[in-house]
Design a protein around this ligand. Sequence first.
Ligand code: ARG
Length: 581
Amino acid sequence: MDLEKLLSDRLAPAFAAVAGGPVDPLVRRSGRADFQADAALALARRLGRPPRDVAGAVLAHAVLDDIGVSAEVSGPGFINLTLTDRALADLVAGLAGDARLGVPSTATPQTVVVDYSAPNVAKEMHVGHLRSTVIGDAAVRLLTWLGHRVVRVNHLGDWGTPFGMLIEHLIDLGEAEAAQHLSMGDLDTFYRAARVKFDADEAFQERSRLRVVALQGGDERTRRLWRLLVTQSERYFLTVYDLLDVGLSGDDFRGESAYNHLLAGVVDDLDRLGLLRPSGGAACVFPPGFTGRDGAPLPLIVRKSDGGYGYPATDLAALRQRVGELGATRLLYVVGLPQRQHFAMVFAVAEAAGWLHPPVRAEHLGFGSILGADGRMLRSRAGESVKLVGLLEEAVARATDLARSRNPDLDAEAAAEIGRAVGIGAIKYADLSVDRTTDYVLDWERMLALDGNTAPYLQYAYARIRSVLRRAGTAARPDAPIVLARPAAPIVFAQPAERALAVELLGFAGVVGEVERSLELHQLAGYLHRLATAFSAFYERCPVLRASDELRESRLLLAGLTARTLRQGLDLLGIRTLARM
Ligand code: ARG
């Protein structure tokens, strides 16, 4: 149950009565009461009346006591809202008995296609693919948990002119040797060697050109060699997903080549619709509203002057297939912000062609870059792009070392398990806890710190609660589920910190509902951090195990519920919790 929304729904008719039209009551958490509604101030300005009078008039219309809420006008014209202890205790008891922690499954399931990760064959995954994979995985988890039908699509870059040169290089190396290079994940070396030959050697260039023609013409041997490249790369990407602990599997690869047979039809249909314009030998669509620096209309090139189709045509075909065949009603593209214009144009053309129309929505979930300590794009010492696997391995190694130094008695296996959950969790959380569209600096010290808005802080809060529950004798085994039941006795609020924690726990549903819509995952991360902070304050002031019976039960319940919420929330972000740390 979403408390903020409930209060908002109750206040909205009262505001409407006073305003003579709809007003968002602007309900939020409050430092003085449990919640406050701020909309009377702006409304008063509009009506030319004193704000406190307006707030009072709203309250005269509002029905709140049946849900155990008392309200009063405060300060210049805020409305303070406070739940009675009884109502709050009831709501928390409801959460305690609910496996979904107050978050209902959606009443309107959608088919959502999530396009994410999408590295390129025979090329190393870079940090941009890391962000796409981490954000996409969290979106998939959240939407799936809410009951949507989610289709994961890994739009692998497995097609196009570079494959002529890559296949020729493969032939030069010999299949066995090439497979060896590629399976070791030495993709960049392979790609670069091919590129160097291509740039230096005209005969190689010509061979590569012919090879592209053979590939497109469906020549059998060429196809087989191309498959070899793709399979080796896929195998390698799967090891990265495994290390990164994300749910992408071999079944989710649906590379650009999968749309190859649809491209001519896409271009024909655009032509039939009268949307195509020739430009310098290429066939283009000029969607309205897109202009270059010089003010001239910008083309989306759907067929190149050499007759080949490229990235934009493929995205148009994929979009049409996702809506038409997969029945998608929501299309998500988790791709870096440099491709913002590409997607805006693809969506505009698809709309103009009638392939994308309400209620189907397409959204580009663009993201910023990961920066090095120097504030510039993350690069290795040699100035090359950083290899993703190296980054992940470093995270795990650092987290393992930290775990060992904090607890020298840990055996190697336990240290490795903690290192993996914390290291990978820290990488993911650093990404998911900032506004997606901003750049962020990869700072090991900060992201692995046990305090601050970090994965280890949240994981540690969870482990600490598990340890309390163990000592209390409930959920004694480390992996035992935390008891899920409506408490027999009412929850007690002896201290303000208990109350604050209870109100925070009730906020989970609202945040998850909000993120379902916005996919601003940092809102969920921020919520979990607030929850863990509220728990710390509670734990400092409210002894649990030493409290008398009734209080002890009540506090154990709040603690258990906090642990379940942290675990569920982190799980939605793709981050593991540990019963011991
Ligand atoms: N392979 C592309 C890249 O590495 C990303 C593809 C994103 N998805 C899409 N449907 N265009 O930049």
